[in-house]
Design a binder for this molecule. Structure first.
Ligand SMILES: O=C(O)c1ccccc1NCC(=O)[C@H](O)[C@H](O)COP(=O)(O)O
Length: 265
């Protein structure tokens, strides 16, 4: 069952309100017509499965845990730097209220780089998946804690049907079981506790043995540099998802390059 009493509940409630407004302005049927104009989805999995760490570099202006992080007036320019550094994918936070993102950021990034793009948002309805694909996204995030089992499976299947690669995000053992039941090919372990917002770097190492199999594992949150990447790779991560450390770095291209291709010591 979805987690209750967490910051996630508030974020999802806001995301639903915003979604209702967008859907009133552009109904799902009309939105679907825009899919024909979207470029074909890019498959990030070959890069993610290659030896050494892959980096999903995030465009993130602010967050509930840290407040303002970076202004990012030109997300396309940041994305180009990430791409030059060798990012395997670029995550664009499109949630507006708490993260200061927007779907137009994703469109701008899509126009600027060939790198696969993840729509990082609080996705609870099909509409958001269609929006993501129509805007040019190649991946979408599904947060297990935000969805009941039926909705999780339905959205997972719909996303895959749209050509999107799904990053299924978990925080604990019970959620990991639910991701495994989906036979998800890409599972993210988010080290950020959604009640306290604190990051516990031990969570990944605790869950990885339970999840490991065919899925590629993504270590998410609190990654500050190459040493962290090495730790998570040695614990089974193929991919790291990094936001704050990259948007605050004066040289995001070099920062991504340093985190890319890291192998277990
Ligand atoms: O970042 C937050 O404060 C946050 C709070 C509640 C739900 C989600 C949140 N973040 C989304 C993410 O998953 C991170 O942006 C992502 O893992 C990157 O984390 P970081 O490198 O620590 O910025």
């Amino acid at each position: 069952m979805p987690a209750t009493g967490s910051v996630l509940d508030d974020i999802v409630a806001g995301a639903r309100d915003d979604l209702a407004r967008r859907e009133a302005a552009l109904p799902l049927g009309e939105l679907r017509a825009h899919l024909a104009d979207a470029p074909p989805a890019r498959d990030p999995m070959p890069h993610f499965r290659a030896p050494g760490s892959s980096v999903i570099a995030e465009v993130k202006r602010r967050s509930p845990s840290k407040g303002a992080l970076a202004e990012i007036p030109d997300p396309a320019s940041l994305a180009r730097a990430y791409a030059r550094g060798g990012a395997a994918a670029i995550s664009v936070l499109t949630e507006e209220r708490r993260f200061g993102g927007r779907l137009d950021d994703l469109r701008a990034v899509r126009a600027a780089v060939e790198t696969p793009i993840l729509r990082k948002d609080f996705i609870v309805e099909s509409y958001q998946l269609v929006e993501a694909r129509a805007a040019g996204a190649d991946l979408a995030l599904l947060i297990v804690a935000a969805l009941d089992d039926d909705t999780l499976r339905r959205l997972h299947d719909e996303a895959t049907g749209l050509g999107l690669t799904v990053l299924v995000e978990v925080h604990d053992e019970a959620e990991a079981e639910r991701a495994l039941a989906l036979e998800a090919e890409l599972i993210g372990v988010n080290s950020r506790n959604l009640k306290t917002l604190e990051v516990d770097p031990d969570v990944f190492g605790r869950l990885a043995p339970q999840i490991q199999g065919d899925a590629v594992l993504v270590a998410e949150s609190g990654i500050t540099g190459v040493a962290d990447v090495g730790r998570f790779v040695s614990e089974g991560a193929g991919v790291v998802l990094v936001g704050e450390a990259l948007v605050k770095d004066g040289d995001p291209e070099a920062a991504v390059r340093a985190m890319t291709g890291v192998t277990a010591p």
